[in-house]
Design a protein around this ligand. Structure first.
Ligand code: GNR
Ligand code: NI
Length: 174
């Protein structure tokens, strides 16, 4: 398993639409293993493949707090079948929007159809943080980031901050 570099905003690569996976084979499983290791190292509770530079419809999530008992979840080609009318608000963060947090309101529950690690079709009813996280990750597959839901002013302030950080980093690295 390999820890991969996580792309950060602003990066046009993050804004593309990810392509469906045709077959869940060993190459996709290796991708999922790498994503999981990268996510644990970050650390984060979810990761979409596009965040490590692979524009495929693959997501990993692990909400377990206990580092001894990992509970990885794998979602290939996820589709939302139904979502609740009721919304819930969570303070979201994103590994591709480092150190920035904001409240985002999304449907409280959603039913998701996907392929698992073995390529088997599954249906899962999600609520609470899992529902939020899966919607956040599925947004990545469409090139959407949580900051897109904020006011224009908040969003532009965050992007400005991140651009500056990137420029400073480049100066140090080069
Ligand atoms: O680690 C993460 N935490 C988080 C918190 C609230 C809502 C969504 C998330 S996902 C984020 C990791 C990430 O960027 N996934 O794309
Ligand atoms: Ni994210």
């Amino acid at each position: 398993m390999t820890i991969r570099k996580i792309l950060t905003e602003p990066d046009p690569f993050l804004r593309q639409k990810s392509k469906p996976v045709e077959l869940v084979d060993d190459e996709i499983r290796t991708l999922m293993d790498d994503m999981l290791e990268t996510m644990y190292a970050a650390p984060g509770i979810g990761l979409a493949a596009v965040q490590i530079g692979v524009p495929k419809r693959v997501i990993v999530i692990d909400l377990s707090k206990d580092k001894e008992k990992k509970e990885p979840m794998y979602f290939v080609n996820p589709e939302i079948m139904t979502k609740s009318e009721e919304n819930a608000s969570y303070e979201e963060g994103c590994l591709s929007v480092p150190n920035q947090f904001a409240e985002v309101s999304r449907p409280d529950t959603c039913k998701v159809k996907y392929l698992d690690y073995e390529g088997k079709e599954k249906i899962l009813e999600t609520k609470g943080l899992l529902a939020t996280c899966i919607q956040h990750e599925m947004d990545h597959l469409e090139g959407i980031l949580f900051i897109d839901y904020l006011s224009k002013l908040k969003k532009s302030m965050i992007i400005k901050k991140l651009s500056k950080q990137k420029k400073n980093l480049e100066r140090i690295v080069v």
